[in-house]
Ligand binder design. Structure first.
Ligand code: ATP
Ligand code: MG
Length: 290
């Protein structure tokens, strides 16, 4: 371009409007191409930096998961021993206990039980994040599973003066993982009871909807602000509601539940009831892609 300007940009030439406009046009084209080339270089550089940053983040995420997995795995066994030994001592097979000793041992037992729950959740998260969630499907009755889990949660609800009522319709037997779906129900029932005020009602419904089983838990607690309805399904995410009797609240249960339901080809969602309270629903298709 410099040589072109030196050769044709003479004062006489510049006086000719046609040559002048031709030169201006050439300069425009040249600078446009030049800018494009610079822009491309800039974008390539940006792209390389982004790829590098993403790779580093993926690596860090992988390291975080394997650390989480190792730490929770190694904490499990000592916790199981502490809880087991506390329960053996509490049963007094190893000798009589004073009231204070019993009281302290009960605290050790319930605290280690809570810690074991947390460690199990962390282990689940680390396994699921690595995409290694294994679903062991067996042909079974979803109705039996719901009735069993409701039975387990009824005394816990009663202790808080919360009434648990279940309507379970017949659903055809199909293939699902009863341990994992039981874990999902436990978290939803546990949440409903945990966030419900004393004297309220929690309603459970199981029904067939098209070619899927639909499970719903509705409570009459504080409900969930609409802006949190999706966020609470992410790890360690909590909304404004507080457990009404000081129960544990880590913000992992729904993230785990979502992964389990999705591994069954289903979906889970939260909404608010027409008056008040939260409503959680999940669907599991009878025919799942395996
Ligand atoms: N029935 C409910 N009513 C009101 N808020 C709820 C209800 N269920 C869940 N939430 C909100 O969603 C958050 C996430 O629930 P999630 O089950 O993931 O965690 P968590 O119950 O706090 O702890 P955990 O890991 O022990 O399950 C809760 O902390 C609470 O803020
Ligand atoms: Mg929970």
């Amino acid at each position: 371009m410099k040589q072109v300007l030196e050769k044709f940009g003479t004062p006489e030439n510049l006086e000719d409007p046609r040559i002048r406009s031709l030169l201006v046009h050439l300069i425009d084209q040249w600078s446009l191409q030049h800018d494009h080339a610079r822009e491309r270089l800039f974008l390539e550089d940006l792209n390389a930096r982004c790829t590098h940053a993403i790779n580093s983040l993926v690596e860090l995420h992988r390291n975080k998961n394997s650390f989480l997995g190792m730490a929770s795995h190694d904490l499990r066994n000592p916790l199981i021993s502490i809880r087991g030994l506390a329960e053996i001592l509490l049963s007094e097979v190893a000798g009589d206990l004073s009231r204070t000793q019993k009281e302290y041992l009960s605290i050790i037992s319930s605290t280690s039980n809570g810690m074991l729950g947390l460690v199990n959740d962390l282990l689940d998260v680390s396994v699921m994040e690595r995409g290694q969630l294994n679903i062991h499907r067996v042909m079974g009755s979803m109705k039996d599973l719901v009735e069993e889990r409701v039975q387990v949660y009824s005394p816990i609800a009663e202790e808080k003066d919360v009434r648990l009522s279940a309507r379970c319709h017949e659903v055809p037997h199909f293939l699902f993982d009863p341990v994992r779906l039981g874990q999902v129900m436990d978290n939803l029932l546990g949440n409903a009871v945990k966030f419900s005020p004393s004297g309220s009602l929690v309603e459970v419904l199981l029904e067939k909807e098209g070619k899927s089983a639909r499970f719903t838990v509705a409570d009459s607690g504080p409900g969930i602000p609409s802006e949190d309805l999706e966020r609470i399904f992410r790890e360690f995410q909590k909304s404004g509601s507080r457990p009404t009797a000081g129960e544990r609240s880590t913000g992992l249960g729904l993230a785990i539940a979502k992964k389990i339901v999705e591994a069954h080809g289903g979906c889970i969602s939260a909404s608010n009831g027409p008056e008040k309270g939260a409503v959680f629903t999940f669907h599991i298709p009878f025919d799942q892609p395996i």
